[in-house]
Structures are given as C-alpha cells and as structure tokens.
Write a protein that binds this ligand. Structure first.
Ligand code: PEP
Ligand code: MN
Length: 375
C-alpha cells in the first residue's frame, strides 16, 4: 500500500473539514523533557532550565515532564538508560517544576517500580505497542489505583492502526479510563520519501481520531523529526491539523545527550517553539466556523464531486482498454506508457505549484487502480 499517497490525498482533500471538527475542548497536553534520565546532575539542570519555558505556557495547558529510565535501543552497545536508580532524579525534577512526571514502561516490573515510586503517567513505546503480548502483560499488572493513572500509547513502528487500537483497547478493557495516544511517526525505511526520521503518515492518526473521537491524540514531534531543526515544523503541522498536544524532547545540553542527541532542543529553543505554538491553537480552535469557511467547504464538496466523477470515468476507460488488450493479447502493464503519463503530470504539477512528488503519489494510486481494473 502506498501510505504517502493516502497521506497526501487525505490531508489535501479533508484538511479543511477536519480542522474544525477536532476536539477543541480538550486541554492541550505537552509532554516535555529529555529523551533519557542520565544522571542526578542532568535532571537538576533539567529542573532549573525548563522552568521559564514551562511558566510561559498559557494556563489550561497540561504539562508533564518526560524522561526515559529504561531505553529500548536497537543496538545493545548504546545507552540503555539508568533504570530504577534514576526514579528519584526524575520525580525530584518534576516536583521542582511543579508538574507530574512520565516515563516509558515496557515490562510489568518497570510499571510496578515506577508506580511504587509515585509516577502516574506512563507511555508505551513504539516497539512495545508492536507486541500485543507485552501490552497484555502491562494491562494485567495489578495496579491499586487505576483511576489515578494516565496511559499514553505510542503508535507501533509500522503504520498498522489495528495494533495501535489494540493496545488502547487492552488498557481500556483492563479498567484504565485515562488513555491517550501519541503519534510518533513510522519507520518506513527505503519506502520513505520523508525528510524526517520517522514518516508522519498523518492519515493514520487522523483515522485514529475518526475511530475514537474523544481520545486525545498527541504528536511526538521529536521522534518524527529526528533533527532539532525540523521539530518546530512538525509541531506546527500537528497543531494546525488539530492534534491534542505534543511530546517534545529537550535537554540542557543536547550535544552531550546520551541518546537522541540530534533531535533534542535546547531549553531556549523549546521556549521559542512553545511561544509560537500554544497561543495560536487556542484562538484558532475556539472560533465557530464563519460564513466564509462554510462557503469554502461547499466549494470543497463540489470539487470532490467532480473529482470522483472523473476518477470513476477514468476507471471505466481503463476497463475498456483492458478489454482491448485482452482481445489483442497485450500485457496490462506497459511501463513506457506509464513513464510518459507520469513525467507529463509531474512536470504539470511543478508548473502549477504542486509538489511533483505528491503528484507522483496521487498518480501512482490512480494508475494502480487502473491496472487492477484491467485484470
Ligand atoms: C522515546 O520517547 O524516547 C522513545 C524511545 O520513543 P519511541 O518509542 O517513539 O521510539
Ligand atoms: Mn528519544
């Protein structure tokens, strides 16, 4: 399946409709802090350097201090986290900042240890969400006061929405009422044309919000971006689309970070990003649609009617071509012809202010459907 095509289409076609329908009454949540707890000194520096940025945030916004104690790393020789030893450093920093602390838990032991140390906000990492056995094991931990716990479920590393939903449902079925999701992008490897570390594939979190309209869905701008310079762009996109909050990694000295050094912001960069972010969302999201917006939506609906009529016409022509090729023993796929169509449309797109790559993605899915119509 071509996820980029789906992403492009959904964002372009449904963007306006979606924007006002998102859950504007949910308080914005910001989960901010270093990738990992590294030392007592680092967490003291976190506490002293984040205060200014946290205080600049408008009231009504919920801030949570994040830092990983147990780090799921691809390679065994990278920093694996300080483990339970860092719990008092994390809770100390959170207390000093006057906000709750959150950490990643991947095993029942992590959860019980962190819960016993007083933590009530936990996220399930992308690699753990991918494993239903692990999610099941976490959901089954006998937590005394489930009502006090908030879960944040990151998307699995592949764009498999059922796995993401499955993890959310397992926690809900275990009696947790405060469950949110975190969109952290998808590892598409070679298939990805994205400039980011993890491709956002916005269509997946959008579909999640469609399925669960009251579920808060946050965007982890840092793990999507992968580079500090791109974090603000992703955060801005998330806010414009109507996501319910952000996870952002920030470190007192990113260059010295033991994990994810390239993507962590300095406290000053965080301050600038937050000043940008939170004011505009509130103003934008609380307005009622104006007559102008309603009129524009009518135009979108009319354009979609025309677009789908054209797509349907194109598919009928493809069926006739299929019949001709069958009768004349010609193969369905003729790559030279598709090359010609594609170059023409990409050149046209470039001349009309449309990203040629986006044009290619749309053309690829239309062509795929035409090929299937001929078989
Ligand atoms: C993290 O938040 O530090 C982390 C490891 O995230 P993910 O599970 O999204 O890779
Ligand atoms: Mn990280």
């Amino acid at each position: 399946m071509n996820y980029f095509c789906r992403e492009t289409c959904i964002i372009h076609i449904f963007f306006v409709t979606l924007y006002a329908e998102m859950n504007a009454n949910e308080p914005l949540r910001l989960i901010i802090g270093p990738c990992a707890v590294e030392s007592a000194g680092q967490m003291r520096a976190v506490a002293s350097s984040l205060g200014a940025a946290f205080h600049s945030v408008a009231c009504g916004v919920r801030i949570i201090l994040r830092a990983g104690l147990w780090k799921p790393r691809s390679r065994p020789d990278s920093f694996q986290g300080v483990g339970a030893e860092g719990l008092p450093w994390l809770t100390g920093a959170a207390d000093a900042l006057g906000v709750p602390a959150a950490t990643e838990v991947a095993t029942p032991e992590h959860l019980l240890t962190a819960y016993d140390a007083g933590l009530r906000h936990f996220w399930i990492g992308a690699r753990t969400t991918s494993n239903p056995f692990m999610v099941e094991a976490l959901a089954a931990v006998p937590i005394a006061d489930k009502a006090s716990v908030t879960w944040y479920v990151k998307n699995p590393t592949s764009p498999d929405i059922e796995l993401w939903c499955g993890a959310i449902e397992r926690l809900r079925q275990a009696g947790y009422e405060q469950v949110a999701a975190i969109h952290r992008g998808f590892a598409l490897g070679e298939c990805s044309a994205s400039a980011y570390r993890n491709a956002p594939v916005w269509s997946v979190p959008i579909e999640l919000k469609r399925r669960y309209p009251t579920l808060p869905v946050l965007t982890d701008a840092s793990h999507i971006a992968g580079r500090a310079a791109l974090v603000a762009d992703v955060a801005r996109q998330a806010m414009r689309i109507g996501m319910d909050g952000l996870m952002i990694e920030v470190h007192p000295c990113p260059a010295e970070a033991l994990s994810d050094a390239e993507q962590q912001l300095t406290p000053e960069e965080l301050g600038t990003l937050l000043a940008d972010m939170t004011t505009s969302r509130h103003d934008d999201m609380t307005k009622n649609p104006t007559d102008e917006l309603t009129a524009l939506r009518e135009q979108i609906d009319e354009t979609d009617d025309e677009l789908w009529a054209l797509i349907s016409r194109r598919l009928h022509i493809a069926e006739q071509i299929g019949a001709y090729k069958r009768a004349n023993n010609l193969p369905v796929l003729q790559t030279a012809r598709y090359d010609e169509i594609l170059s023409k449309r990409m050149a046209w797109a470039a001349g009309h202010g449309i990203d040629p790559q986006a044009a290619k993605q749309i053309m690829d899915i239309i062509h795929e459907q035409s090929v299937l119509a001929q078989t």
